[in-house]
Write a protein that binds this ligand. Sequence first.
Ligand SMILES: Nc1ncnc2c1ncn2[C@@H]1O[C@H](COP(=O)(O)OP(=O)(O)O)[C@@H](O)[C@H]1O
Ligand SMILES: [Mg+2]
Length: 599
Amino acid sequence: MTSAPAPARDTIAVQLRGITKRFPGVVANRDIDIAVRAGTVHAIVGENGAGKSTLMKILYGMQKPDEGSIEVDGRPVSFSSPADAISAGIGMVHQHFMLADNLTVLENVVLGAEPGGFGRLDFGEARRRIMEISDSYGLGVTPDRLVEELGVGDRQRVEILKVLYRGARILILDEPTAVLVPQEVDELFGNLQELKSEGITILFISHKLDEVLAVADEITVVRRGTTVATVLPADVTARRLAELMVGGELPSPETRESTVRPEVVLEVRGLTVRAEEGRPLLDDVSLTIHAGEVVGVAGVEGNGQAELVDAIMGLRPATGTVRLGDRDLTELDTRRRREAGIGFIPEDRQRQGLLLEAPLWENRILGHQSQRPNVTGPWIDRAGARADTERIVREYDVRTPGIDVAASALSGGNQQKLIVGREMSGDPVLLLAAHPTRGVDVGAQAQIWDALRDARAEGLAVLLISADLDELIGLSDSIEVILRGRIVGSADPRTVTPEELGSAMTGAGEAGERTEHGVAGGPAGGRHGAGTVAAADSEEAGRHLAPGPDPVPPDSGPGADPDLDVPLPGTAGPGLTGTGTTGTGDLANDPDAGGEERP
Ligand SMILES: Nc1ncnc2c1ncn2[C@@H]1O[C@H](COP(=O)(O)OP(=O)(O)O)[C@@H](O)[C@H]1O
Ligand SMILES: [Mg+2]
């Protein structure tokens, strides 16, 4: 660690030449050329589906390139497995943390690192090395803490340390900031500077331009599988980078004038959802949304957002009342709530929103199996559903060879456009939109934003849940902050910054102080002293932010979530549907899983 001499920055740590990788029907990487200087942060940016992860998997030995060559520290290499890459000094931190929750940091770090196996380890020596690595890179890792007690940022540092422990000098971080709030991003960037100054080379994958500009020494832009430019951050603006990425105009979530009307569309009072053992997951939440109004909910994932949406949809038992216009929905099941005029873009499109194995036109019926044009009288109207699927494909620019292909054949962005189109059909009065553009490329994102804005102008009321704070601020007319199941404050999207929202979301800072910064503590926030609650010690938050910390991948297959375990379209189930029929399991939560669902 400290003993290794820092390599000169003009030596090339990784040279990729002419890398090409084909999957059935798609060229994921085409003729990629990248030279990564030793001891630098080299960012690779590109839209979703541009081929970044594929390239990194190739460099990490997880996939074999069809063409091209790789040199590490000037020597040609050919990897058949991650073990080969690790012995060449390359380590990768995946988007999903792979830590076992119920073990300590120490156990997690040494797990699988030693050929002798778990039983024959010298823990004293391991602890000493962990401390040495942690100190020399300023990671602040404590070996004897249980991973389940750690916040997301700490878990990520453990993952980084784990890779360094295996001797990595070249570190691949694939979308490391996707799970972090802005403050944690700053911390990570601090860590990266430290690693760099000790001679570690970092490949930093992102599609967020401001991050890339802040952290990178060099930036390579990948578009449609190939490298289009390598630039220095000083030489480009975010706008220019975006143009390189998409080859076109830069979209913005900004909505201009207010379209809020006086009529109340959704009125939620005292909504509470309890965990089995009685603990409230959603705690006495009240909300009002008017026609033409977008109400955003800001929160670290796992603080009750999913429960809020599910309770409004009638997907899980709740107390409190839900009114839509002048109708009380409280006693209605999900199908009737949908019929009353609620559209629903679920958080996890692959498990909740689609039947991946079913063709697009059958997916059109999903959740709408009692509504026109899918049914005429008691019968499924195949022709009606097909024609309307054609319309959605056209209007929402779903890129697909046809409506008979399986949903799994579409990229993540196109799957999402199909869902948005379906949920906007039948003129809903309320749309529940959970992460509507997560994992979606810039072009599809702009189209989804446009669809939401147009519908809002027509009077649609929208409840928007999003981890993308720019999106939340850009689209919302007002923002509520949720923490540990409670609404703890509200923010004015016209003035609040992502950083201020990030603070409010983690409960950092005093309620009064936050008011000055544009986030007002609500009555609940005041009463409960939100200032003392940090995301890091919210176990729920930790669990949800780091999907898959379990040693066993959460691939529990169909029926994993009893609330959503509904049979096929055409049957009159609770309305929404879909389980991981294709066994996407551990990828199902991946915001980036657009292209990775196929094994
Ligand atoms: N294992 C796979 N099988 C088939 N297609 C894949 C596979 N992995 C990635 N792809 C496809 O390759 C393209 C690039 O994907 P990916 O490398 O994940 O992009 P990025 O990480 O930039 O979002 C996408 O079109 C995706 O659908
Ligand atoms: Mg990726």
